[in-house]
Write a protein of this length. Structure first.
Length: 83
């Protein structure tokens, strides 16, 4: 389907985009698209430690379980009664 597109098709698409958004808004749209792609790429790349080695899933599981086991403050400010 896309193999039949020629330069004229892309030119027509560009003109339609210019008519819809206007020339002044195009740099802002391109900037927004670039920022979105940067965020997307940072989310899909694996996490790395300071020395450049990838973080294993076991290490991240230990961190998650340590966070779950840690006591949390009561948002109401009243102490929790211990039975």
């Amino acid at each position: 389907m896309l193999s039949n597109l020629t330069g004229w098709h892309f030119l027509i698409i560009l003109v339609v985009i210019l008519l819809l958004f206007g020339a002044p808004k195009l740099p802002g749209l391109a900037r927004s698209l670039g920022q979105s792609m940067k965020i997307f790429k940072s989310e899909i790349t694996p996490e790395r430690t300071d020395d450049g080695t990838p973080v294993s899933s076991a290490d991240s599981a230990r961190v998650d379980s340590a966070r779950a086991d840690s006591p949390r403050a009561d948002p109401s400010g009243t102490p929790n009664p211990k039975a």
